[in-house]
Design a protein around this ligand. Structure first.
Ligand SMILES: [Fe+2]
Ligand SMILES: [Fe+2]
Length: 273
C-alpha cells in the first residue's frame, strides 16, 4: 500500500523545472537517497508540491495545500493516504499491530481448522494406544498412528503460527473424547482402523477446501496460497496412501495377512499422515 501511495504521488509542474535543474535538488533525486525513482514514472504531477525556498532548501509535500512549516531543507509531510484508518498503528496492547485485510471470517475458519486437526490427532493417538496394547501388539500400526497423531498436531501448530502471523487470535475449542476400542467382528481391527483413517483424511480435505473457499470469498490470496502450498497437496497424497492401505488390508483379510501388513508398516519410512 505504501508503494501504491508513492506511485499516486505527483509533482506540481510549475515547480518541477527549476528543481530538476538545481544541483542541490538532484542530490535528493537519486534513487539511493530516497524513492524518487518511483516518482519519476508517475505520469501527472498535481498533488505533491515542491518549492524552492531560501538557503537553497526545498520543501516536499504530499498535499497540495499551502505549506505551514519553516523550510530549512527537505521536509516530508504525511501522505494523505497514510491518514486513513487502515494505516494507523494501534496503541491498545490487545490489538495486533500486524493485522491488515484479515477478515474475522478467515480468523474464525482457521481456528475451526485447528480444532479439526487436534481432534484427528487425538483420535490417531487413541489408535496408537490401542495397537500398542500387549494383547493387540501391532507395532507397525502403533507406530503409524503415533506418527500420524504428531503430524496432525504439527498441522494445528502450523495454523496457529499462521493465525498469529496475520494478527488473528488463536482460540482453541474443546476436543472430543475419541473411542478406545477398535475391534470389528467382520473386518478386524486393522481394516476397521484404516477405513476410519481414510474417512478422517477425506473429512480433513473437505474442511481444508472449505477453508480455502473462505479465503477466496474474503479476497485473501495470501491465505489461499498458504492453504494450497502447505496443506492441500499433502492431503491429496495422504488420501491416496491410506486408500491403498485399505485395499491391501481388504486383500489379506484377518489374521496372518494382517501380521505381514503390520511388519511392512513397521519397516516402512515415516508413513505419518
Ligand atoms: Fe492434517
Ligand atoms: Fe492427515
Amino acid at each position: 500500500m505504501f508503494l501504491e501511495a508513492i506511485s499516486a504521488i505527483s509533482l506540481q509542474g510549475s515547480n518541477l523545472g527549476p528543481l530538476l535543474n538545481s544541483a542541490s535538488a538532484n542530490a535528493f533525486l537519486t534513487p539511493s537517497s530516497c524513492n524518487w525513482g518511483l516518482l519519476s514514472r508517475s505520469s501527472s504531477f498535481s498533488n505533491l508540491a515542491l518549492s524552492r525556498k531560501r538557503n537553497n532548501g526545498f520543501a516536499v509535500y504530499a498535499s497540495s495545500k499551502a505549506p505551514s512549516v519553516p523550510l530549512t531543507g527537505v521536509v516530508f509531510q504525511p501522505f494523505e493516504e497514510v491518514k486513513r484508518d487502515d494505516f494507523i498503528v494501534p496503541i491498545v496492547p490487545q490489538v495486533s499491530l500486524a493485522r491488515q485485510r484479515f477478515s474475522e471470517e478467515c480468523e474464525a475458519a482457521i481456528n475451526e481448522q485447528i480444532s479439526v486437526e487436534y481432534n484427528v490427532s487425538y483420535l490417531y493417538h487413541s489408535l496408537y494406544a490401542y495397537f500398542d496394547r500387549d494383547n493387540v501388539a501391532m507395532k507397525g500400526l502403533a507406530k503409524f498412528f503415533k506418527d500420524s497423531s504428531e503430524e496432525e498436531r504439527d498441522h494445528a501448530q502450523k495454523l496457529m503460527k499462521y493465525q498469529n502471523k496475520r494478527g488473528g487470535r488463536v482460540k482453541l475449542h474443546t476436543i472430543l473424547s475419541p473411542p478406545a476400542e477398535f475391534e470389528h467382528i467382520e473386518k478386524g481391527d486393522a481394516l476397521y482402523a484404516m477405513e476410519l483413517t481414510l474417512s478422517l483424511e477425506k473429512l480433513t480435505n473437505e474442511k481444508l477446501l472449505n477453508l480455502h473457499s473462505v479465503a477466496d470469498r474474503n479476497n485473501d490470496p495470501q491465505m489461499a496460497e498458504f492453504i494450497e502450498n502447505e496443506f492441500l497437496q499433502e492431503q491429496v497424497e495422504d488420501i491416496k496412501e491410506v486408500a491403498e492401505y485399505v485395499t491391501q488390508l481388504r486383500m489379506v483379510g484377518k489374521g496372518h495377512g494382517v501380521w505381514h501388513f503390520d511388519k511392512m508398516l513397521l519397516h516402512e519410512g515415516d508413513g505419518a499422515l
